[in-house]
Design a protein around this ligand. Structure first.
Ligand SMILES: [Zn+2]
Length: 544
């Protein structure tokens, strides 16, 4: 009271400045306290995070077949009060889970799918498949939803208690390895009302970036040819080989490749090469990824592929029967203000405390695949800035790119895997259900949660995110989907592989009711290294 009276004597402008400052300091202190609380809460959820990571690891499902994974995650979200819409965009394993109300709307995404032939017993630093030939998490997509959902549950508690306005929207990257779903989620309108997208992806440090990222966009196309069957020895002149068309398309493309920009990348696999040698193949197909640095160049490359396919059909007297788009991805461009904010939070979180066992294990995997044996990172990586076209030599793609052109988006990399591994490989699965993955996911959840608090409590941050999005990022570049209006998600992909391996894989699904960790269920002592005689073996009860 006394204070108020004495303030009333001061000039009005000064009073306003003083009280705005006092309010600013009070809200900074409140935000700092909430951040401390969120980090503690996430530490307390470490077992939840670990079991989530282990459970999804044990499913090891490929793109569009993430049925067990999605059922498990949707169950957790429903139990925690989220409203879940399933089968989004015509994709059976896609869903959108929503909680809260009003602005801002924060969308949290991460991928779900594994890699073919990457089955691996975790915690063993040499190649030892759990199920020979089966898929597995040879990228680490088993960990990202655990990062996001751990963060969301911590923040949801705070939002409820503090009566904060805001909506949390959690969604999966289905079939990321096929670049198969995110452009369809965009087309379905999932990001229409979203203010900020925080995407998380497994990495080997805690890091984010802004601007154009190192890497490419792409279109993924299946070319199918039709010829005529005939007895390959009795009447070969009556046949027209669809396989010939595939082979000539590949030969033609490999010659053409020499005369493309160095930034261009393309690769293919033959999906159908006929049935047996004495039947001239009446059908054959080849699957291409065409990668370039922008929309226009990707379209040009795709048109070039089409002309080579048509030439191959003409040469062989076959028909180019269909051209199916199986996936697409815009090159990513990420939001500067949000990335800078996240980087400050990353400094607060820091890297996990690695044990001597973690480091020994990481070095053993690196040695196994002839990578640099630097062990796990111990200093936080710097914020990555914009990569200009002149320095971007292309590389991998992620369909988060499509989302990044529809709402301010960043990608948080978190340290759940080991550096210097080949990628898309069984070696990349080795650490993904060990303390390295678990601690990395907890660190990632903290960085996500602190940035969510900033977005919820600092409206100016959301304003500057949109100002960057509108006035810098999309000032001259406008999003147009790479897939055609008639294209549909390729949900049939990988059905055959899962039908073949799932019965065996099921025997190794993780049961957290019986075992605190998946390593304990498998009977693996951590870390298990190559034996002195050079053999790769685990304890006998692994190989039941
Ligand atoms: Zn990935």
């Amino acid at each position: 009271m006394h204070l108020t009276r004495s303030l009333s004597c001061l000039p009005l402008a000064f009073v306003i400045t003083l009280s705005a400052r006092a309010q600013g300091a009070a809200s900074d202190a409140r935000l700092a306290a909430l951040k401390t609380e969120a980090m503690r809460d996430i530490d307390a959820r470490a077992q939840f995070t670990q079991q989530f990571v282990d459970q999804v690891f044990s499913f090891g499902e490929l793109g569009f077949q993430e049925f067990e994974t999605s059922k498990y995650i949707v169950g957790i979200l429903k139990q925690n009060g989220f409203t879940v819409r399933e089968g989004v965009a015509g994709i059976p394993t896609a869903w959108v889970a929503t909680w809260g109300s009003g602005k801002p709307v924060i969308a949290l995404g991460s991928d779900l799918d594994g890699i073919p032939q990457a089955s691996q017993i975790p915690g063993v630093a040499c190649h030892l498949p759990l199920v020979q030939g089966a898929p597995g998490h040879g990228e680490g997509h088993n960990s990202g939803q655990a990062v996001n959902i751990t963060a969301a549950l911590a923040i949801k508690n705070i939002m409820q208690r503090e009566h904060m306005s805001g909506t949390l929207k959690i969604w999966p990257g289905v079939a990321e390895e096929q670049l198969g779903s995110k452009a369809y989620l965009v087309r379905d309108g999932v990001f229409k009302d979203v203010d900020v997208v925080l995407f998380s992806h497994v990495g080997s440090n805690l890091q984010t970036g802004w601007g154009a990222s190192q890497g490419s966009g792409l279109v993924s196309v299946l070319y199918s040819f039709e010829g005529q069957a005939a007895h390959a020895a009795g009447a070969p002149w009556r046949g027209r080989s669809a396989l010939d068309a595939v082979e000539l398309m590949d030969v033609g493309w490999n010659f053409r490749r020499e005369h493309l920009r160095l930034q261009t990348r393309s690769h293919y696999v033959i999906r159908n090469g006929g049935d047996q040698p004495n039947v001239v193949p009446p059908t054959a197909s080849v699957w291409y990824y065409f990668r370039e640095l922008d929309y226009k160049k990707i379209k040009e490359l795709w048109a070039m592929g089409d002309s080579v396919a048509q030439g191959a059909a003409m040469m062989t007297g076959t028909k180019l029967a269909s051209e199916r788009v199986l996936g697409s991805a815009w090159p990513g461009h990420f939001n500067r203000p949000i990335a800078e904010d996240m980087t400050e939070n990353i400094k607060l979180v820091g890297l996990p405390k690695w044990t001597a066992a973690d480091q020994q294990f990481a070095r053993a995997i690196q040695k196994e695949v002839k990578g640099d044996t630097t062990g796990l990172d111990t200093t936080v990586a710097k914020l990555e800035g914009d990569v200009p076209d002149s320095l971007n030599m292309g590389g991998g793609s992620d369909d988060i790119g499509d989302i990044s052109w529809n709402a301010p988006t960043i990608v948080l990399l978190y340290p759940s895997n080991v550096p210097n591994l080949p990628g898309h490989h069984w070696a990349d699965a080795i650490a993904m259900a060990t303390p390295i993955a678990h601690k990395g996911a907890t660190a990632g959840a903290k960085a996500q949660a602190l940035t969510m608090l900033d977005i919820l409590l600092k409206p100016a941050l959301v304003d500057s995110a949109w100002s960057y999005f509108r006035n810098v990022q999309t000032k001259t570049v406008k999003y147009e989907p790479l897939m055609r209006p008639e294209d549909r998600p390729a949900t049939e992909l990988n059905t055959d592989i899962l039908a073949r391996y799932r019965p065996e894989m099921k025997k190794f699904y993780y049961d957290p009711k019986k075992y605190p960790t998946y390593l304990q269920q498998l009977g693996i002592s951590y870390p298990t290294l190559r034996k002195a005689d050079g053999s790769c073996a685990a304890t006998p009860n692994t190989l039941q």
